[in-house]
Design a protein around this ligand. Structure first.
Ligand SMILES: Cc1cc2nc3c(=O)[nH]c(=O)nc-3n(C[C@H](O)[C@H](O)[C@H](O)COP(=O)(O)OP(=O)(O)OC[C@H]3O[C@@H](n4cnc5c(N)ncnc54)[C@H](O)[C@@H]3O)c2cc1C
Length: 387
């Protein structure tokens, strides 16, 4: 019998097509060679590694699921594998790609005019233009229907007022997809950097996603032409449709973070000698490692089946909620336990678990908190809306 891969005990890799395996290998090589050597320092310094964007783009990782417009046109499983490998490096890098691909390029592709697509998608695929997605507001992200940012029609233009909070890529973005309340309901707008009255200052003092840019967005009588409204986005289902895409990617990303932590503790407990033997010879330690392996395997199978449903056009939001909840919870539990298995050494960024554990505090919160996803599943099961 061939030896099992400790990070893929069920050989989920054998369920992937050749193209999917190639996408995974290409992304994994980039992460090993370019991300892992610098990411600990980026996290410590609170710096997003902008210098990696050209290579991320040249590998086809931006807007990878989009057909045409200089995008790679890969399937959903390949996008998931990209997220998994990137997040094995760092959740911040995966967040950058998720936002660019699922929260900015996807809505322009799905809801935008042909002119908007031509203007933004090829440049965003090449990494020459960066985008952000402004939905959450300071008074409460879990209830986006209580949106206070407004867009009022004035002649042929729109005038935006309000604020968004916790916006990934905000300060570095050339364009913000902004959701605002109009007299006809929620609509999406493309707000370009430098527009008068629009400001995107960075949020500082974060202890999580430190290698990612997080910002506030302020709109003070910002005038937007009708040509910058997303014509096919109507109501809250516009932004929620984007979030379903991004959350799907997160379910895969969380697996990568967990695998990185398991790899770290497998290596460490093999060489750490306590009480006259390697740490991994203890039953309690083996139980903890086995638990990690069990949780990762279940998460892998969940995301792969979700991806297959997505590629058949059958994926439903409640299924995404279940995987987002399960896989983020799995990853944060593993990262925290891995940190503990490293003892005192686990509190430094020399080892990855504490960085992943801190990052996953954001990942378990954004794009719907754990409680919100539990309520989505509860509603699916009972038909009763408990929000
Ligand atoms: C690093 C980072 C990056 C982000 N990037 C983006 C981005 O790019 N774009 C964007 O739009 N947003 C972004 N977000 C925002 C994120 O989506 C929100 O933080 C999230 O939706 C939660 O909203 P909130 O922070 O306002 O918490 P709240 O909505 O105030 O929730 C607080 C607590 O109440 C709980 N809760 C809420 N409602 C219920 C209920 N009905 N029953 C029981 N419990 C409930 C929640 O689970 C949570 O524990 C980001 C957040 C972070 C931290």
């Amino acid at each position: 019998m061939k030896a099992l891969n400790p990070l893929d005990l069920y050989d989920v890799r054998s369920l992937l097509s050749e193209e999917e395996q190639l996408v995974q290998d290409t992304t994994a090589r980039f992460v090993d060679e370019k991300v892992l050597p610098i990411i600990g320092e980026c996290f410590e310094k609170g710096r997003f590694p902008m210098e990696l964007i050209p290579e991320i783009a040249s590998l086809g990782l931006l807007g990878s699921s989009i057909q045409g417009y200089d995008c790679a046109g890969l399937n959903g499983v390949s996008y998931g594998l990209i997220c998994q490998e990137l997040e094995r490096g760092d959740s911040g890098l995966r967040s950058f790609v998720s936002v660019q691909s699922s929260l900015v390029m996807y809505p322009i592709y799905a809801y935008g005019s042909e002119e908007q697509k031509q203007k933004w998608l090829p440049a965003m695929a090449r990494g020459e233009k960066i985008g952000c997605f402004g939905l959450t507001e300071p008074h409460g992200g879990s209830d986006p229907s209580n949106m206070k940012t407004t867009a009022k029609k004035k002649g042929g233009d729109w005038v935006l007022n309000g604020a968004k909070m916790w916006i990934t890529n905000g300060t570095i973005a050339d364009v913000a997809v902004v959701w605002a309340q109009t007299d006809e309901g929620i609509r999406g707008f493309l707000v370009e950097k430098g527009t008068k009255g629009f400001d995107a200052p960075e949020v500082h003092h974060k202890m999580s996603l430190r290698a990612s840019v997080t910002s506030a967005l302020y709109f003070d009588n910002v005038v937007i032409p009708e040509a910058n409204r997303l014509p096919k986005a109507e109501g809250l289902k516009g932004p929620l449709g984007c979030l379903t895409q991004a959350r799907y990617g997160i379910t895969w990303g969380a697996i990568g973070a967990a695998q990185a932590c398991l790899k770290e503790v497998l290596d460490y407990t093999q060489t750490r000698e306590l009480f006259g033997r390697a740490l991994n010879n203890n039953q309690m330690v083996q139980l903890r490692l086995a638990q990690m392996s069990r949780q990762i395997t279940l998460a892998q199978l969940l995301s792969l089946q979700l991806g297959r449903l997505k590629d058949k056009g059958e994926m439903q939001p409640a299924q995404v909620s279940l995987a987002k909840w399960n896989n983020c919870r799995m990853a944060i539990d593993i990262a925290r336990d891995a940190r503990d298995l490293l003892g005192g050494a686990g509190i430094t960024t020399e080892f990855c678990p504490i960085r992943h554990a801190l990052n996953l505090e954001s990942v378990i919160t954004y794009e719907g908190t754990e409680s919100v996803h539990q309520l989505v599943i509860g509603k699916e099961l009972t038909g009763a809306n408990a929000f």
